[in-house]
Design a protein around this ligand. Structure first.
Ligand code: AMP
Length: 397
């Protein structure tokens, strides 16, 4: 890999700025899922084990009002991190100023501190989110080297990633970011073939650029989820009350034309009258849809067809559920595809972030894939073939 990683840095005695992604879900001040904190531990441990002085920071939620500020402090996150590390992490309830600067100067080798939510700076003219040059330079001045390990925000140029990188001698990728670059980057730039992309989710409009880019590089693009009905309707099929984007019919037609022979559409469906978690009234091809019905999932024949296709792949990227997986009765298609991916032990299997990642984890497939991405929006933009500012800003080797 051409990018500098945390392994390449001389850390002993250095003040090491580490941008982590601690944007964890919280309810009433309590962390409901600490996966992201756990995922950052390898990078943090590497830094302190090698004598670095760790200065940790992250965003948490959106901070537009004083009320947001009151509910989005990183203090509980710092406490949880201390428990997981079994080590003191000094918390500085500021994003700048003397208290922070003194604390940084007081750090000894192998010690850690964390400062407050970087988005507190958004209260004053969106300084973090708009990559205010003074803020990036200020944060950079606190450290000797910078490690970016936050893939979730890598598609955004913020002060806490790009802004710091611009003002410091060396920026390296942490272990998490390195993994994202390795697996998603390689799938997009140099995939082992056959390369099959599986795309689902609610809307075609959200994924136009992804489909378009993947049609250029993948050998097959398998479609499921709500977006399938816009494709079917564009071919003249009656789709009843199924999800559709009528203003995207021409575009769907164009994509089908461009992807001739590459795009696979579902061949059977789970039909129902209402958007409810009740058993489907029947399964069948789209032509079997009855008046007032909609489809909320792909059917068993489609799962079989897609499974067969996926068994031949050497690289698989999956983004977006095949149906309304939140309803038990309509999760079969999504589970079927997860199973197909898990079964193909010869393939590099990559799950895009967001809903696909949570489906994979919640349905018990967490350890069955090569890589589950930690960033929804970022992994989509990576698959679109876009350069991600948070990856670009990492120094080359
Ligand atoms: P996305 O955020 O674009 O990945 O879309 C995920 C959402 O698409 C999930 O909440 C699913 O319930 C929804 N979805 C998938 N298939 C269908 C469908 N056939 N009809 C309605 N919604 C669907």
């Amino acid at each position: 890999m051409a990018k500098l990683t945390v392994r390449d840095l001389d850390l002993k005695g250095k003040k090491v700025l580490i941008r982590v992604d601690f944007n964890v879900p919280m309810k009433d001040g309590v962390i409901t899922d600490d996966n992201r904190i756990q995922a950052a531990l390898p990078t943090i441990n590497h830094v302190i084990d090698n004598g670095g002085r760790a200065i940790l920071f992250s965003h948490l939620g959106r901070v537009k009002t004083l009320e947001d500020k009151a509910t989005n402090s990183l203090k509980p996150v710092c406490k949880r991190l201390e428990e997981l590390l079994g080590k003191k992490v000094l918390f500085i309830p500021e994003t700048r100023g003397k208290a922070l600067e003194d604390a940084v100067e007081g750090l000894k080798d192998g010690e850690l501190l964390m400062f407050e939510n970087t988005r507190f700076e958004d209260l004053d003219g969106n300084k973090e989110s708009k990559n205010n040059p003074e803020l990036g330079a200020y944060w950079a001045s606190l450290g000797d080297v910078f490690i970016n390990d936050a893939f979730g925000t890598a598609h955004r140029a913020h002060a806490s990633n790009v802004g710091i990188a611009k003002n410091i001698s060396k920026t390296a990728a942490g272990f998490l970011l390195e993994k994202e670059i390795k697996f998603i980057g390689e799938a997009v730039n140099n995939p082992k073939r056959p390369f099959i992309a599986v795309l689902g989710g609610a809307k075609v409009s959200d994924k136009i650029s992804v489909i378009d880019n993947l049609l250029n590089i993948a050998d097959k693009v398998i479609i499921g989820g709500g977006m399938a009905y816009t494709f079917l309707k564009s071919q003249g099929y009656e789709i009843g009350n199924s999800l559709v984007e009528l203003d995207k019919l021409d575009l769907a037609k164009e994509l089908l034309e461009k992807g001739k022979g590459k795009i696979m559409l579902p061949v059977d469906f789970a039909f129902t009258k209402e958007f409810k978690d009740e058993k489907p009234t029947h399964y069948g091809p789209i032509t079997a849809i009855k008046e007032g019905e909609m489809s909320l999932d792909i059917g068993p024949k489609t799962v079989e067809l897609y499974t067969k296709e996926l068994s031949k792949a050497k690289t698989i990227v999956w983004n977006g559920p095949m149906g309304v997986f939140e309803f038990e009765n309509y999760a079969k298609g999504t589970k079927g595809i997860l199973e197909a991916l898990a079964k193909n032990k010869d393939a590099i299997t990559i799950i895009g972030g967001g809903d696909s990642a949570s489906a994979a984890i919640n349905f018990g497939y967490e350890d069955k894939f090569t890589h589950i991405s930690t960033g929804g929006g970022a992994s989509l933009e990576y698959l679109e073939g876009k350069a991600l500012p948070g990856v670009e800003c990492v120094s080359n080797k």
